[in-house]
Unconditional design. Structure first.
Length: 197
């Protein structure tokens, strides 16, 4: 038995064959998916502690905040958010497709206007946008969100981000890791091409 364990150990950690690499990738995936990810979710109090940004709805298109504000200020001023308030918002310079976001908690009382949240509205794919309004009705907190790069809050038959209940919130963005999300985006695209997803 000990001899077999030593062979396995050598195969995983010291062998440089393609099969050893494949086994290492599979083991890393299993470890991250079933140990690290759930542990992070427990610590950060969210079911999705790490998400990849898959759209450009929060991009500022390379503009500095001053230039971006001049181009987009009308909507925010009309909705009671001035430049001084926006400058205090988390992730005030937006973020890009392909970034990874680390999420924390989802308690509606701890989410304020200007925070960036991830939510699932109507069982669709998660969306990451900025909170622009917050209200409480009948003991439940509701949010309105808007992508910084969008002209308005989306309200269609598929998505209504003007009335997001706190129960639909997955978490609040706390930290950004640039570009690392392209690994996930690429993997998902490969699965789509292969007809697996």
């Amino acid at each position: 038995m000990e001899k077999n364990l030593k062979k396995v150990w050598h195969f995983i950690w010291e062998d440089n064959s393609i099969w050893s690499w494949i086994v290492n990738i599979i083991l890393a995936f299993i470890l991250i998916k079933f140990v690290v990810y759930p542990f992070l979710g427990l610590v950060l109090i969210t079911s999705h502690p790490v998400v990849a940004v898959v759209s450009g709805s929060m991009e500022h298109n390379g503009m500095e905040l001053e230039q971006w504000w001049e181009k987009n200020k009308d909507w925010y001023l009309k909705n009671g958010i001035d430049k001084a308030a926006f400058e205090q918002f988390s992730l005030k310079n937006g973020f890009n497709k392909g970034d990874i976001m680390i999420l924390v908690g989802k308690d509606g009382r701890n989410i304020k206007i200007g925070d960036v949240i991830v939510f699932v509205e109507g069982g669709k794919d998660p969306i990451i946008h900025r909170v622009v309004k917050k209200a409480e009705r009948k003991g439940t907190i509701y949010f309105q969100t808007k992508g910084d790069n969008n002209r308005d809050s989306i309200k269609t038959s598929q998505l209504d981000e003007t009335n997001i209940a706190e129960t639909e919130v997955i978490g609040k963005a706390a930290f950004r890791v640039p570009l690392l999300g392209y690994i996930k985006i690429g993997f998902v695209e490969i699965l789509k091409l292969a007809g697996i997803q």
